[in-house]
Design a protein around this ligand. Sequence first.
Ligand SMILES: *Cc1c(COP(=O)(O)O)cnc(C)c1O
Length: 381
Amino acid sequence: MSLPNDVKASTIAAQAGGIIDTPSGGVVPPVQPSTTFVRDEGYALVNPDNIYSRDNSDIVRITENVLARLEGAEEALLFPAGMAAIAALFRTLPNGATVVVQSGIYWGTTKWLRDFSARREIALHEVDAADPEALAAACTAHTPGIVFIETPSNPWLKTVNIAHAAKCAHAAGGLLAVDSTAATPVLQKPLELGADIVMHSATKGINGHSDVLAGVLATAAPAAQIWTDIKTDRHDAGAVLGPFEAWLLLRGMRTLPLRVERMSANALKIARWLKAHPKVADVYYPGLESHPGHAVARTQMQGGFGCLLSFLVQGGAPEALAVVGKLKLFHRATSLGGVESLVEHRHTIEPHTGIPESLIRVSVGIEDANDLIADLSRALG
Ligand SMILES: *Cc1c(COP(=O)(O)O)cnc(C)c1O
């Protein structure tokens, strides 16, 4: 790492943390696929950092260092999926522990956490964390070991005040973990606001090209017991990212600040346009002044409000599906944060979670905003 300490996110990302491959002079880091690393005649490791690739991989370390710098973290750990990162976090809890988790978040997290908590006799309390008083009351009543929030949330785009959530968790003797996937490390830095651990599905905006599955946890306090436990669990249980995925992720991250800037500008333009459309009943986007979380989002997000938005069309499921079916530029597919725009009818995927039948979720890409608006205009009209 040869970059000065004071450079900005776009410089860190564009130069992959300042890595030069010294043996070749390459400005791009190499991939080393070896699973095992050799010792010399005296049985000393040729490179003391590398023994076996379950825990030692130069390209994974380089990518983690770039992520840690972007996040304002001391350390970051990569996992083979966002869900593997979440599982590693919650596996540190003893049986019988207590957790407070935000309701109405990414369904995969809720489902896994419910199953896991039932198996491990963990008391799981789901609360609308965007309501500061409800969150404070849940922390006081239950004294959770971990408070887990997701902001902006997927697919409701609720905003949770991270600094307030950290105070609630800490006053109860617990830790705050934040799923910051929809914001990316470019727009939001939960650790600076008091969170203990920040999590991302790197599959989404961080990679940004819909071609790598990965997850990340990062902390400002690497000496904390929970971080030691997470590292040990990753090493011993083997939920590591492969070198090719880490390399692709780093390559995707070189344009992360640029992509996020463009997506956020596009998303805001589209959200405003949708808000004024007669066939749209409501728009959920924290960048809109009318959004209940806008004031909080403005203080804890910098440079934009992200690529994710949801809107309700007038009518129900048939009307929403008709709009989705007419779109030509938005791919009808799940996920978010890629350079290409995606659209989803969440009620078809998760009818049991109370998602409105008229809700359409959009991940806005880096295409021309007016092309995207023209597509939406055609589909709504
Ligand atoms: C996609 C997603 C996850 C899960 O990440 P995977 O990489 O798919 O395992 C967790 N949280 C949020 C907010 C997500 O969007």
